[in-house]
Design a protein around this ligand. Structure first.
Ligand SMILES: *Cc1c(COP(=O)(O)O)cnc(C)c1O
Length: 396
């Protein structure tokens, strides 16, 4: 079998890493880069008021998309900063009263590393283990809560394997035990319905560039009722009600407002379309090939995510053979280090299987043609690699 090589740019299938900004978002942002360039904190003239009005409109759009009110929305530079602010802010503010934090071992590194830092500052942290599907155990969570627990931080959707944690149940448990709940929902916005009140979430981190919005703009939602107190990380002019100093990037705020509006409006149709494409891809791969293992449970999973290990195939060389596909691997995720994915290890994969993993993230701008092409190319190259190996071992 031979697939005609595509002309032009590779097919982008790495929508968990980042996403193309939606044209409608670009459109909404443009005037705030040019004629409407004011500093939203300039209170003395039209330019400032114009930018401030746009930022507040965006704040309302963001709030509406997660069931919050505008006063609960704090703009940050992304989910990394929002996660830092949530965890450090709570840990430092309440440390004298309560100093125990609970999280889990499949969190994004920006949550884990923040927790390591809080341990150095004197907090006690429990890292719950996830099971082979990637889910936390609610009984274990319950057992971990003590009188001293101030914060539970559990991500809504995992960024490598796409699994969805039962946030409403976790929220109910947190509330019952008077513990604050934070969730990193960077991969959840626009993928599954989010309602912070219904889910009893006190702090939530989201970010523009994972959901067809701008890079460099995120939000931390902080509940008013119950009122959550945080120690700010930045010192400065006291913007964002003293929680996050620094001039707000008005164009990015406007873009993220539009992003959130679109995310909610288009979620039902998009989820269905992506789910069908993803399931079709699984079907094609597993029909044509043996030894394809799906990493992470399929039951509670966002529709655009697929994470597979291909027995006997090294993902790095696989990707090198597929320059026409932009995918990622669990071996390259923490690409600064040489180690294979700690998330895949947490769900029980051997080093070898983690290094044989591919993460495919389908998104808004992927077409059925692209996914068909990807399936054919994957099947072709995996077969090549395996047959090459067979030829070598036959020659030996
Ligand atoms: C991408 C991502 C982050 C980091 O977000 P930035 O806005 O890039 O800082 C944090 N958590 C998860 C789950 C992510 O997918």
């Amino acid at each position: 079998m031979s697939v005609e090589k595509r002309r032009g740019r590779p097919v982008y299938l790495d929508n968990h890493a980042t996403t193309q900004v939606d044209e409608r978002v670009v459109e909404a942002m443009l005037p705030y880069f040019s004629e409407k360039f004011g500093n939203p904190h300039s209170g003395s003239h039209f330019y400032g008021w114009e930018a401030a009005e746009a930022v507040e409109l965006a704040r309302g759009q963001v709030a509406a998309s997660i069931g919050a009110v505008p006063e609960e929305i704090y703009f940050t530079s992304g989910a990394t900063e929002a996660n830092n602010l949530a965890i450090k802010g709570v840990a430092r503010f309440y440390r004298d009263k309560k100093n125990h934090i609970i999280t889990c071992n499949s969190e994004h590194m920006c949550v884990l590393d923040t927790c390591f830092q809080m341990e150095k500052e004197g907090n006690r942290v429990t890292y719950l283990e996830v099971d082979n599907e990637g889910m936390i155990d609610l009984a274990e969570l319950k057992a971990a809560i003590t009188e001293d627990t101030v914060l539970i931080s559990i991500m809504t959707v995992q960024n490598e394997i796409g699994v969805i944690q039962p946030m409403a149940e976790i929220g109910a448990m947190a509330r019952e035990n008077k513990v604050l709940l934070h969730s990193d929902a960077a991969q959840a916005l626009g993928k599954i319905p989010l309602d912070v009140k219904e889910m009893n979430i006190n702090l939530m981190s989201i970010t523009g560039h994972k959901v067809y919005g701008p890079m460099g703009l995120g939000v931390l939602y902080v509940s008013n009722k119950p009122r959550v107190r945080l120690e700010p990380i930045f010192s400065g002019g006291g913007q964002e009600r003293n929680l996050r100093s620094g001039t707000l990037p008005a164009p990015l705020c406007v873009g993220f407002g539009k992003t959130c509006e679109l995310a909610v409006a288009e979620m039902p149709a998009e989820a269905e379309r992506l789910g069908k494409m993803r399931d079709g891809l699984i079907e094609k791969l597993t029909t044509a090939l043996d030894g394809i293992q799906i990493n992470g449970g399929m039951e509670h999973r966002v529709p655009g995510n697929l994470n597979i290990s291909i027995e006997g195939v090294d993902a790095e060389s696989m990707m090198a053979a597929l320059p026409d596909l932009a995918v990622s691997s669990g071996s390259a995720c923490t690409s600064a280090s040489e180690e294979s994915s700690y998330v895949l290890q947490a769900i029980g994969l051997s080093n070898e299987m983690a290094e044989a993993s591919l993460r495919i993230g389908l998104g808004r701008f992927n077409t059925e043609d692209e996914v068909d092409y990807a399936a054919e190319r994957l099947i072709e190259e995996i077969t090549n690699v395996r047959e090459g190996r067979k030829n070598i071992s036959a020659a030996e």
